[in-house]
Design a protein around this ligand. Structure first.
Ligand code: ATP
Ligand code: MG
Length: 264
C-alpha cells in the first residue's frame, strides 16, 4: 500500500550544512498494516512521512501508494488517499471556526469540487455521528469555536478530521507528544479504533517506546537516515521496553538514546 524504493532525501545540498535525512531507504507497508516508527532526533522520521504525504520530494528513488507511483505528485493530488496529523493540536485545526466548520473543511479534503463552508443538515448528521464515539460530548457543541476546547479534545477532534474523508493511509507524526498522559492514552485509544474501523495503513512516529510496542503490527527503528531495526509478529509482541532500549543501544550506539526516549 505504501512503498518506498531506494529513497534518498538531501537537505541543503551543496552547502556545508548538507544533510542526508533519508539514505536509500526501502520500505513496503502492506494494506492495513500499522507501523510504529521510533528513532533518535534527526533520524529522518518526519522526513519519511513528509515524502509519503507529498510535502517534499526525494532526490532519488520511488514512492508508491496503492500501487501507483506518486514520487513527484503534488501533495493536494494525493490528499484524498492520505490523512495526516502532527503533534501540535493548534496547527491542525482552525481555532476561530466552529467544530462543525472544521469537520466540514476536513470532509472536503482532496475533493475536486469544494462544497463550501456551509454545513448542511446531512453533513451535520455525518459530523455528529463521527464525533459521538469520542465520548466527549462534542456532537452537542457543534457550533462552539474550536479554540474553546482543551488540547486533548482538539487532538481527538483532529483525529476525526484526519480520517473523515476516508483516506487509505494515515500518517501520525508524534501526534500525542504535546498531550498530558491521560489525554495521550485517550487519543491513542481513539487512534486504534479509527485505524481498525477504516482499515487504515498507518505510519505512526512516536518517542514513547511503550506505545510503539503496544500499538501496531510492526515497529521500525530509524537512525541517521536508515531503517536499522524492523520487527513484526512475535519479534514485536514479545519485546518489552527494556529489551527495546537495549536493542536501540546496540544498533545505534549509546549517544543516541535521548532523554526524551528514556523518559517516555
Ligand atoms: N527543512 C530542512 N532543512 C534542512 N535540514 C533539515 C530540514 N528538515 C530536516 N532536516 C534535517 O534532516 C534530518 C532529519 O530530520 P527529521 O525532521 O526527519 O528528523 P526526525 O527523525 O523527525 O527527528 P525528531 O525526532 O527530532 O523529530 C535532521 O538532520 C534535520 O536537521
Ligand atoms: Mg520529527
Amino acid at each position: 500500500m505504501i512503498e518506498l524504493k531506494d529513497v534518498r532525501r538531501t537537505y541543503l545540498r551543496g552547502t556545508p550544512q548538507q544533510t542526508v535525512a533519508l539514505d536509500r531507504v526501502s520500505l513496503d507497508v502492506p494494506a492495513g498494516q500499522w507501523v510504529t516508527v521510533v528513532g533518535s532526533n534527526g533520524a529522518g522520521k518526519s522526513t519519511l512521512l513528509r515524502l509519503v504525504a507529498g510535502i517534499e520530494q526525494p532526490d532519488v528513488g520511488e514512492i508508491l501508494i496503492d500501487g501507483r507511483v506518486v514520487t513527484r505528485q503534488a501533495e493536494y493530488r494525493r490528499a484524498h488517499l492520505v490523512g495526516r496529523l502532527d503533534q501540535d493540536p493548534l496547527a491542525s485545526t482552525a481555532p476561530g471556526l466552529s467544530i462543525e466548520q472544521n469537520l466540514a473543511i476536513a470532509m472536503m479534503r482532496g475533493r475536486r469540487r469544494g462544497l463550501g463552508l456551509s454545513v448542511t443538515k446531512a453533513r451535520r448528521k455525518v459530523i455528529a455521528a463521527a464525533l459521538e464515539p469520542l465520548g466527549m460530548g462534542l456532537e452537542q457543541r457543534l457550533s462552539a469555536p474550536v479554540g474553546t476546547l482543551s488540547g486533548g479534545q482538539r487532538q481527538a477532534m483532529a483525529m476525526i478530521m484526519a480520517t473523515i474523508a476516508q483516506p487509505r493511509a494515515l500518517l501520525l507524526d508524534e501526534h500525542i507528544a504535546a498531550l498530558d498522559p491521560r489525554a495521550a492514552e485517550l487519543v491513542m485509544s481513539i487512534t486504534q479504533r479509527l485505524v481498525s474501523a477504516h482499515h487504515l495503513t498507518t505510519l505512526m512516529v512516536t518517542h514513547n517506546m511503550q506505545f510503539a510496542l503496544r500499538y501496531g503490527d510492526r515497529l521500525i527503528v530509524m537512525h541517521r537516515g536508515h531503517i536499522v531495526v524492523d520487527l513484526s509478529g512475535t519479534a514485536k509482541t514479545e519485546m518489552d521496553v527494556p529489551a527495546l532500549v537495549e536493542l536501540f543501544h546496540r544498533v545505534t550506539g549509546d549517544d543516541v538514546v535521548t532523554d526524551r526516549i528514556l523518559l517516555a
